[in-house]
Design a protein around this ligand. Structure first.
Ligand SMILES: [Zn+2]
Length: 139
């Protein structure tokens, strides 16, 4: 693993959605259906992980489930939060914005929670933000 202390010092990190189920080998059938896409994504992960380690910043993979339907402020998940393609509007709190921007915020929240769970095992994180076991083989 890279420079953990650098990540703690800067408080920065990179989080990607685990789009090929690297964190969950049970989903192998999904992986096989998307071999080409998965290969490209594996390259992206390897490259990003390497660069993050070199820069001393955190790298985490998070569960991609519902990142496009969840409200990053309150966590409520609903299909109704996506009134139109590319548009997010929370039916509960009214948070609205570009769907990709909202999804990125969800990914960031999960990444921070996942990183905290790795480095502070007793910290409470979102249930959806599980640790990236491959980047932390000693865990
Ligand atoms: Zn909301």
């Amino acid at each position: 693993m890279g420079n953990i202390h650098g990540a703690e010092r800067t408080g920065r990190g990179i989080t990607l959605e685990d789009l090929q189920g690297i964190r969950d080998r049970v989903r192998a059938h999904r992986l096989q259906r998307r071999t080409l896409h998965s290969w490209a994504f594996a390259q992206l992960i390897a490259f990003t992980r390497y660069k993050a380690a070199r820069a001393g910043i955190a790298f985490t993979l998070v569960d991609p489930a519902y990142t496009s339907q969840a409200c990053p402020d309150w966590g409520c998940v609903s299909r109704a939060n996506r009134p139109a393609r590319g548009r997010f509007a929370c039916t509960r709190c009214g948070l609205a914005g570009h769907a990709d921007h909202i999804a990125a915020r969800n990914i960031a929240v999960r990444g921070v929670a996942g990183w905290a769970a790795v480095n502070q095992p007793h910290a409470t994180g979102l249930p959806s933000a599980r640790r990236d076991r491959r980047s932390n083989p000693s865990a």
